[in-house]
Design a protein around this ligand. Structure first.
Ligand SMILES: *[C@@H]1O[C@H](CO)[C@@H](O)[C@H](O)[C@H]1NC(C)=O
Ligand SMILES: *[C@@H]1O[C@H](CO)[C@@H](O)[C@H](O)[C@H]1NC(C)=O
Ligand SMILES: *[C@@H]1O[C@H](CO)[C@@H](O)[C@H](O)[C@H]1NC(C)=O
Ligand SMILES: *[C@@H]1O[C@H](CO)[C@@H](O)[C@H](O)[C@H]1NC(C)=O
Ligand SMILES: *[C@@H]1O[C@H](CO)[C@@H](O)[C@H](O)[C@H]1NC(C)=O
Ligand SMILES: [Zn+2]
Length: 491
């Protein structure tokens, strides 16, 4: 059975189960209409993005110059009062302006050299052109795009298993049963102290996909992420539709975000999530060239739509959470691991998660960051060791080798993507900067088990994704239907 827009609408309305085509594209013209509906929703999202522009008049506030000082603030207005740090002023010139389209800065010879070596590696497939606009308007592109989805464009047909050689499958679900894969996008947000305090109090770690512009604007908040023991990944510089950008801009959006995370947070990231899930084989290849593995999700809370900054009442987001939770006990997805899309975009999405947390805990045996899901104990080239799944669920949740709040300080830390390429979850990297410079790849990080490597390279989909060949049966849920493209697909 093919997934059609009609089927999706039925799934949303009646909460019946739907069957989705994975990796094939959607040959139904109704699906294209569906895509247009998504653009309209993305306009709604873009308004939120504009609301959270960078601080305009940074006020010097002497008190908060360290991570612990900033983390101790409890008043939201004070938390969001901009601050100037001399160490940030010293490196800011090495980055695009916050929220601008990232491009390689004139005179940035390191970025130019890395980009040249990625191109020379041959990893970027020929013949995939940029699609639509940076705001996600694909109306001029889709009429001529083949329904067979040759580019494995997720936005078009939900494809997460690349069609071009030497690319790893996207990480979509957590391979451990009865496990909620906990991920938050769009941080760091200045109002996050209550939420990070909550995670700390509950001995809960998460994977955080940080926007590069937010890291530069809110460096002490970004530092709190690593100091608290969370797992830090990339979510682009300006949060736009990545398939719309020419190759070099795709590179710059990822490169400068990874670099600002290295400079401010002190780690070299090896994972990223495309805003809006908008990824194709060209974008996957450029990310891989930087050692960044692509992460999507199985379930979408759509929490970013929550009032008052969004348009939906809390009850409607509660219902999305409830459907995801309900899948754990009933339907074809029961007892399988998921990865859930939730947001650090504003205080309201964080409050909603905190309100839902007891219900998630009651239904799922485990709630873990992606490092634990994947037994990925060394997610960065730096010497920081996270617990594997067994250790994490036994209560040993703390990573070792983390920077300390009192001493962590931004500086030009010489971001080196070659080291990231060597440090992958899957161990299947054969392209990118490292191979271009002659490195022998294919050996995984020493701490990654064979099982984890196999799981990450796509075998996990045999349990979570590919039931009966190409077809994936999705449980009964509004959220699952949403994640497949019924309405907004926003990250
Ligand atoms: C960002 O880049 C896109 C695609 O290249 C372009 O359409 C858009 O106008 C740019 N926006 C700005 C603000 O430069
Ligand atoms: C952070 O969240 C607050 C609301 O809690 C919002 O007003 C602000 O715009 C957000 N800031 C960023 C940078 O996302
Ligand atoms: C983890 O570390 C924190 C301090 O950073 C400590 O309070 C907590 O007890 C530790 N938890 C475990 C399970 O070791
Ligand atoms: C990456 O791995 C290769 C092969 O193991 C090694 O030669 C190279 O030095 C590594 N590069 C970095 C930056 O770690
Ligand atoms: C993680 O490691 C444990 C052994 O400690 C193993 O049972 C489990 O299958 C591994 N999970 C993954 C996803 O590799
Ligand atoms: Zn996002």
């Amino acid at each position: 059975m093919k997934l059609s827009a009609t089927a999706l609408v039925a799934a949303v309305t009646l909460a019946t189960s739907v069957t989705a085509n994975i990796g094939r594209g959607i040959a139904d013209p109704k699906a294209i209409e569906d895509l247009y509906r998504r653009h309209r929703d993305s306009g709604e999202y873009q308004k939120l993005i504009h609301k959270r522009g960078s601080p305009v008049q940074p006020a010097l506030r002497p008190r908060a110059t360290t991570e612990p000082d900033q983390a101790a603030i409890t008043d939201a207005t004070q938390e969001c009062t901009a601050y100037n740090l001399p160490e940030i002023s010293a490196i800011a010139k090495n980055f695009p302006a916050p929220w601008d389209n990232a491009t390689i800065l004139p005179g940035d010879t390191q970025a130019q050299a890395v980009w040249a070596s990625i191109k020379a590696s041959g990893i970027i497939p020929a013949g995939i052109t940029p699609k639509g606009t940076a705001n996600g308007d694909f109306s001029a592109f889709t009429p001529t795009y083949p329904h067979s989805d040759p580019d494995c464009w997720w936005t078009f047909g939900g494809c997460d298993t690349p069609k071009h050689p030497n690319l790893a499958n996207d990480l979509v679900s957590c391979p451990e049963p009865d496990t909620w894969g906990l991920t938050f996008d769009d941080g760091p947000n200045c109002t996050h102290n209550a939420f990070y305090d909550f995670l700390q109090k509950n001995n809960q770690k998460a994977t955080m996909f940080y926007i590069g512009s937010n890291v530069l604007d809110w460096p002490l908040e970004a530092q709190r992420g690593i100091v608290d023991g969370h797992h830090i990944c990339v979510h682009t510089w300006s949060h736009q539709y990545m398939t719309s950008f020419p190759d070099e801009q795709v590179f710059a959006e990822l490169y400068y975000t990874a670099k600002v995370i290295k400079d401010v947070v002190g780690v070299t990231p090896t994972c990223w999530r495309p805003p809006f899930g908008d990824i194709d084989d060209r974008v996957r290849a450029i990310a891989k060239g930087l050692g960044l593995e692509s992460v999507l999700w199985t379930d979408d809370t759509d929490d970013w739509k929550i009032l008052p900054l969004g348009t939906l009442p809390t009850a409607s987001i509660d219902a999305n959470y409830a459907s995801i939770i309900a899948q754990e006990t009933a339907g074809p997805r029961a007892h399988q691991g998921n990865i859930v899309l939730t947001h650090e975009i504003n205080g309201h999405t964080m409050e909603e998660f905190m309100a839902q947390y007891p219900k998630i805990q009651a239904a799922f045996k485990h709630i873990v960051p992606l490092t634990a899901c994947m037994n990925q104990t060394n997610p960065y080239p730096e010497s920081i060791t996270y617990p594997n799944f067994a250790q994490y669920v036994a209560g040993n949740i703390n990573a070792t080798g983390l920077p300390q709040g009192a001493t962590i300080k931004a500086k030009d830390a010489k971001y080196n993507p070659t080291a990231a390429v060597n440090q992958t979850m899957t161990g299947t990297q054969t392209g990118g900067v490292a191979s271009a410079t002659g490195a022998v790849l294919g050996s995984k990080s020493s701490s990654t088990t064979g099982a984890a490597a196999a799981a990450a390279s796509g075998n996990h989909k045999s349990s979570a994704g590919k039931m009966g060949g190409e077809v994936m049966v999705i449980a009964t849920s509004v959220a699952a239907a949403l994640a497949l493209g019924a309405t907004a697909l926003l990250v």
